[in-house]
Design a protein around this ligand. Structure first.
Ligand code: SAM
Length: 266
C-alpha cells in the first residue's frame, strides 16, 4: 500500500469531490465503521483513498466502486490486487446484485452529495444481504433520514428508508476536514437493514406513491393529500384520522394506507 496524493488532481464538481484530508476525522470514521478481516467491505467513491487506506490497514481487503477514470488509475498504483478490488463504474447504474454475490456486504462511503438520495434508494435492492452501511452525507440529509414523526425534517426520505433500515446518526464532521471544504456540515450515519422477517408486508409500488403524495404538500390534511388513492372512509378504516397531516404518521401508518390503496386499486 502506498501513501500518496494524486498531485494536480482538480476536484471535479460533477462527481461531488471533496476529499478527506484530516487524520483525526479519517481515523474517527474508520473506528466507527470498525472493519474486520473477512468482512465483505464495499466502498463507494474511494477518491484518493483517505478512508480506503484505513479500511485496508484494518481489514486487509476492500472492494471499491469509483466513477472517475483518473482516480481509478491512481488507485491501481496505490494498492495491490490482493488489497483492493476496484470496480470502475457509476454506483447509481451498477447492478448491485453482481457485487460479491452470496456475501453479506458492509457498505461505506463519503458519498457524492449530489447523488446521495438516488444512491440510497438503489442500495435498497441489496438490503437483504447487507450487514450495515456507514455513510458520510450532508448533515441536513442525515437529519431527514433519521427524523421522527412530528419533527420538521420528517418526510419522504425518513419514511422510505426507516421502513427498511434502523438508522443512527453517529457524529458531525466539519467542512475543514475536507479539501476543497464543502459549504455544509457533514454527518456520519449508520444504517442497518431490518431482518426481512421483521418487515411489515407492504405493496411497495403503492407505498412509494402514497408516501410521495402525502408529503408533496405537507400542510395538506391526508384526506386531501391522498384523495387520488383513498377517500375519508378508507383512511378511517385503517385507524387513521383523515384530518391528520403526513408528518404525524409513523411508518406503520403509511404501510396501512399503502396496502389499503393497493386493495382499492384491484
Ligand atoms: N472517499 C474519498 C474521501 O473521503 O476523500 C472521496 C469522497 S468524494 C466526496 C466522492 C467520491 O465519489 C469521489 O471519488 C467521486 O469521484 C466518486 N463518485 C462520484 N459519483 C460517483 C458515482 N456515481 N459512482 C461511483 N463513484 C462516484
Amino acid at each position: 500500500m502506498k501513501q500518496e496524493w494524486l498531485e494536480g488532481h482538480r476536484a471535479r464538481k460533477r462527481f461531488g469531490q471533496n476529499f478527506l484530508h484530516d487524520r483525526h476525522w479519517i481515523e474517527r470514521i474508520a473506528r466507527a465503521i470498525d472493519p474486520k478481516p473477512g468482512d465483505a467491505l464495499v466502498e463507494i467513491g474511494p477518491g484518493q483513498a483517505a478512508l480506503t487506506r484505513e479500511v485496508i490497514a484494518m481489514a486487509g481487503h476492500e472492494t471499491a466502486v469509483e466513477i472517475d477514470r483518473d482516480l481509478a488509475a491512481f488507485l491501481r498504483t496505490q494498492f495491490s490486487e490482493d488489497e483492493l478490488s476496484l470496480i470502475e463504474a457509476d454506483a447509481l447504474a451498477l447492478d448491485w446484485q453482481t457485487v460479491l454475490p452470496g456475501r453479506r456486504l458492509r457498505i461505506l462511503g463519503n458519498l457524492p452529495y449530489n447523488i446521495s438520495s438516488p444512491l440510497l434508494f438503489a442500495l435498497t435492492t441489496v438490503a437483504d444481504r447487507v450487514i450495515d452501511q456507514h455513510f458520510m452525507l450532508q448533515r441536513e440529509v442525515v437529519d431527514r433520514m433519521t427524523a421522527e414523526p412530528g419533527s420538521k425534517t420528517y418526510g419522504r426520505l425518513s419514511v422510505m428508508l426507516q421502513y427498511r433500515y434502523v438508522m443512527h446518526k453517529l457524529f458531525d464532521v466539519p467542512p475543514g476536514a475536507f479539501v476543497p471544504a464543502p459549504k455544509v456540515v457533514s454527518s456520519i450515519v449508520r444504517m442497518q437493514p431490518r431482518p426481512v422477517e421483521a418487515l411489515e408486508s407492504v405493496d411497495s409500488h403503492y407505498f412509494s406513491l402514497v408516501v410521495a403524495a402525502a408529503f408533496q404538500q405537507r400542510r395538506k390534511t391526508l384526506r386531501n393529500a391522498v384523495s387520488k388513492f383513498l377517500d375519508e372512509a378508507d383512511i378511517e378504516s385503517v385507524g387513521i384520522n383523515p384530518g391528520a397531516r403526513a408528518e404525524a404518521l409513523d411508518v406503520s401508518a403509511f404501510v396501512r394506507l399503502a396496502n389499503a390503496a393497493a386493495l382499492k386499486a384491484k
